[in-house]
Design a protein around this ligand. Structure first.
Ligand code: FE2
Length: 334
């Protein structure tokens, strides 16, 4: 958040618009103005404001509709929106709430109240911005791990895409969809603690090297402990190598005891490993990779319901074989 947060005032009446501007400038904010919702939608494309203050009843798009459109756009979903409306206009308040408005400011204006409300909303926005930056650092970290290994290029991004699509196909709640997106990038975060000599070793691993690799889920989960914004992602990181029959790691969880997000991530992780080339194997076709997933679900490795749903949707995902094409023996890494 800049030193002088920017407030976008959307109001079709010139005198009200200017009165609000003067007041907000006096309070130390930078102010941009739009005389209609259409103009506001163009304005936010140029630069994101820190807060939007909008009238309800305007010619063309209403303030409520403007609020709905901005909140539906991931770039502005966390931007506080205050709707200017009379305290008695209950219809507008109800519609505003449904559209995701963060607060209302009543006409007639109590300007001292404006300062308190805008200040409070901007403080929350600052905290959210900070959290988002922390999350961004962690996701970048996930990408750097992927960058160590040429053969897993694009793996995280594909897992995020497959995980979200499979989650939606299974009708999981929205917070889990977000967790699956981030989990795609972060599931192997713990590999940061595995040396290149082990992670990239072309030959067979010794038992102690295998143990080092198998610690990556618990190390990754420990790394994000305390970042509450990643609370829903941590179980995916810790349990993405558990198996339905209890033979996985690190905790040997079984069946529905394995968090659903981790069961979903396990299926798409295995699919992508089969479907892309690695130093020790060529990429399998989609049909062959799905065939193996189904067989392994039949013998108890994966959640059969999750695999069945993935088989149904994979055609829509445009899954293409990735990674360098290297002929070789078939196998599968961690
Ligand atoms: Fe992993």
């Amino acid at each position: 958040m800049p030193l002088n947060p920017t407030i976008l005032v959307v109001e079709d009446e010139l005198d009200v618009r200017e009165m609000l501007r003067d007041q907000l400038v006096e309070l130390g904010y930078a102010v941009r103005m739009a005389a209609s919702a259409e103009a506001a939608l163009r304005d936010v494309e140029v630069a994101a404001p820190d807060l939007v203050l909008t009238d309800v009843h305007m010619k063309g798009i209403s303030g409520v509709e403007l609020c709905k459109r901005l909140k539906a756009d991931p770039r502005f979903a966390l931007t506080p929106i205050v709707i200017l409306t009379a305290v008695t206009d209950l219809d507008a308040r109800v519609a505003g709430l449904a559209a995701g408005a963060d607060d209302f400011f009543g006409k007639p204006f109590e300007l001292s109240e404006l300062s308190t409300r805008v200040g409070a909303l901007l403080r929350v926005k600052t905290l959210l911005d900070q959290l988002e930056r922390a999350e961004g650092v962690i996701v970048t970290l996930g990408a750097t791990i992927e960058a160590r290994d040429l053969y897993t290029s694009g793996h995280c991004e594909r897992l995020a895409t497959y995980g979200v699509a499979l989650g939606r196909a299974l009708n999981v709640p929205e917070p889990l969809i977000r967790a699956l997106h981030l989990g795609g990038y972060l599931h192997d975060l713990g590999k940061i603690a595995v040396p290149d000599t082990v992670l990239l070793k072309p030959g067979a691993l010794t038992p102690s090297e295998l143990a080092q690799i198998q610690r990556h889920p618990s190390i990754g989960a420990d790394l994000v402990r305390g970042l509450h914004t990643l609370d829903d992602v941590r179980p995916i990181i810790r349990h993405h190598h558990e198996r339905w029959d209890g033979s996985g790691y690190p905790d040997g969880l079984q069946g529905e005891g394995i968090p659903l997000g981790a069961r979903i991530m396990a299926v798409v992780d295995v699919f992508d490993a089969l479907h892309t080339a690695r130093p020790y194997k060529a990429a399998l076709s989609t049909a062959d990779a799905l065939g193996i997933l189904r067989e392994e679900a039949d013998t108890g490795a994966w959640d059969a319901r999750v695999v069945a749903r993935f088989v149904e949707i994979v055609g829509d995902l445009g899954a293409r074989n990735g990674g360098p094409r290297v002929p070789g023996a078939m196998g599968r890494g961690a």
